[in-house]
Design a protein around this ligand. Structure first.
Ligand code: NAD
Length: 504
């Protein structure tokens, strides 16, 4: 018998773990794992093989009711909402430590469930989630009120209180990290949470629930209801006892969340939605190879299934041919489709066959609209068993084309040439989205002007996707109005109370 592999950089290590993995599949309500009240289950498939990975309890309105009732009861009891800040901090720091301890299990679940390469999970998603819990733990005793300047006959105090029950509705592209970005600030502020993971990636949230309970988050304070968006997600959005929806997902569903709020109890809604990020590369770029490297990573990382994926490559005309040549060479050497469980793999399958079909449909539309396909454009040879799409590049793209306007959410980049800074600004802003942008130039004035004029919540200069927990992450325009990470986010899970004391 051969010994069990212990080398985390070997494919065998992850394959052996994958064979042994027994994910939790029930809902988590009131501190207990339970089946859906209807008994229904849905299948989650491994995107690399299209084999059934697990059958997961399928929550719907009744289960959302139960979870919200448990969350409300816990909130009203004060067991968490009025816990001493330092004690609440201890619990969330312990969550961070447990995430580190269970890093491989968490990474494996997301890898099998949504196809992301294991190396990305180990290096980005899990450490990013750990940092999220640490950061929001640190904010807890920094939440302050105020005493305002009033007439001496009165004392006016403004205090901050948690909202109550927060419904967190998240997408599948970073399952653990999005759940952490949403739940950690809500819990830090003292709220109770009902998390609705995406139906394409239901598993890691259930392990997260177990770890939160183990860390000391009291029963009912954190609940997970898996299920379909139109059932469980809608029920949460319309619920009269949910005080806020913290949403990350498509613009279409983000708008629905705002409608649900209007149709129910005027709950607060924060939305983090789609994007069509321009990477603007000017002819005076300092180091073209660095810009090319970031441009390639910015669109093909996580198979392009990234809200801020740099899908629009705005390249100054005189630089276009050189840029395209180097981009193709770099992409070919650094992004090759492979087995997501192999740590050497940089590109996995797309999340579902539907997503694959959608992306291939956009590629057809690019061709039909007259853009030039210079790389990829199809299912890579040898990968028919999964939802793979080869890294794809279109050149000669016009801003009016569908591939330049709509969020593809796959590994498809579009080179849009421009003449001068004015035209670059116009093209960059010719979008319903405004999540992020990057600018590559060695001219300080151009950098500052473009940073000011580009309509985006995040602007990177001479880098892409850099940042830390202090950076507000969120969009302009139809990329949403919420902000993730950063101290502002924890405050967005509180409400002010004005207490006016008559001293007269
Ligand atoms: P999606 O909008 O289809 O689903 C997101 C969540 O909403 C899921 O949990 C889903 O079940 C739920 N949902 C779907 N339909 C619903 C409905 N009718 N009522 C209530 N809930 C419903 O998005 P997706 O396909 O899971 O994720 C991809 C999208 O997420 C992309 O548009 C991407 O840009 C966006 N995203 C944005 C950010 C950001 O920070 N701005 C981060 C990650 C992903």
């Amino acid at each position: 018998m051969t010994a069990t592999a212990t080398d985390r950089t070997s494919s065998r290590y992850w394959h052996e773990r994958a064979v042994r993995v027994k994910p939790e599949t029930r809902l988590f309500i009131g501190g207990k794992f339970v089946d859906a009240s209807s008994g229904a289950r849905f299948q989650t498939l491994n995107p690399a093989t299209r084999q059934v990975l697990a059958e997961v309890a399928q929550g719907a309105a009744k289960d959302v009711d139960l979870a919200v009732a448990a969350a409300k009861k816990a909130f009203r009891s004060g067991i968490w909402s009025r816990m001493a800040p330092r004690s609440r901090m201890d619990v969330l720091f312990k969550v961070a430590r447990l995430l580190e301890q269970y890093a491989d299990d968490l990474a494996l679940l997301d890898c099998l469930d949504m196809g992301k390469p294991i190396s990305e999970l180990v290096n980005i998603d899990v450490p990013g989630s750990v940092m999220t819990w640490q950061y929001f733990a640190e904010t807890i005793d920094k939440i302050e009120g105020a005493v305002t300047s009033t007439d001496p006959s009165a004392l006016h105090m403004i205090t901050r209180e948690p909202l109550g029950v927060v419904g967190c509705v998240v997408p599948w592209n970073y399952p653990l990290m999005m759940a952490s970005w949403k739940a950690a600030p809500a819990l830090a502020a003292g709220n109770s949470v009902v998390l609705k993971p995406a139906e394409q990636s239901p598993l890691s949230a259930l392990l997260l629930a177990r770890l939160l309970a183990e860390a000391g988050v009291p029963d009912g304070v954190f609940n997970v209801v898996n299920g379909y968006g139109e059932d469980a997600g809608r029920a949460l959005g319309l619920h009269m006892d949910v005080n806020k929806i913290a949403f990350t997902g498509s613009t279409e569903v983000g708008k629905l969340m705002m409608v649900y709020a209007g149709q129910s109890n005027m709950k607060r809604v924060s939305t983090e939605c789609g994007g069509k990020t321009p990477q603007i590369i000017l002819r005076d770029v300092g180091d073209l190879d660095t810009a090319v490297r970031y441009a390639v990573n910015g669109i093909y990382g996580n198979q392009g299934e990234v809200c801020n994926a740099g899908s629009r490559l705005l390249v100054q005309e005189s630089l276009a041919d050189t840029f395209i040549e180097r981009f193709r060479a770099r992409a070919a050497e650094s992004f090759r489709p492979g087995d997501p469980l192999d740590p050497a793999t940089t590109m996995g399958p797309l999340v579902t066959p539907e997503q694959q079909k959608r992306v291939l449909g956009y590629i057809e539309s690019g061709k039909a609209d007259g853009a030039t396909l210079v790389m990829g454009g199809s299912v890579p040879a040898g990968f028919q068993q999964g939802n793979y799409v080869a890294p794809t590049l279109f050149t000669g793209v016009k801003s009016s084309m569908k591939i330049a306007q709509e969020e593809i959410f796959g590994p498809v980049a579009a080179v849009i040439p421009f003449k001068d800074v004015g035209e670059a600004t116009r093209i960059a802003n010719d979008s319903i989205y405004g999540l992020a942008a990057s600018i590559w130039t060695s001219d300080l004035t151009t950098a500052h002007r473009l940073a000011r004029d580009v309509e985006a919540g995040v602007v990177w200069i001479n880098c892409f996707d850099h940042g830390d927990m202090t950076m507000p992450f969120g969009g302009y325009k139809q990329s949403g109005q919420g902000r993730d990470k950063c101290f502002e986010t924890v405050l967005a899970h509180t409400q002010t109370k004005s207490i006016w004391i008559n001293l007269g």
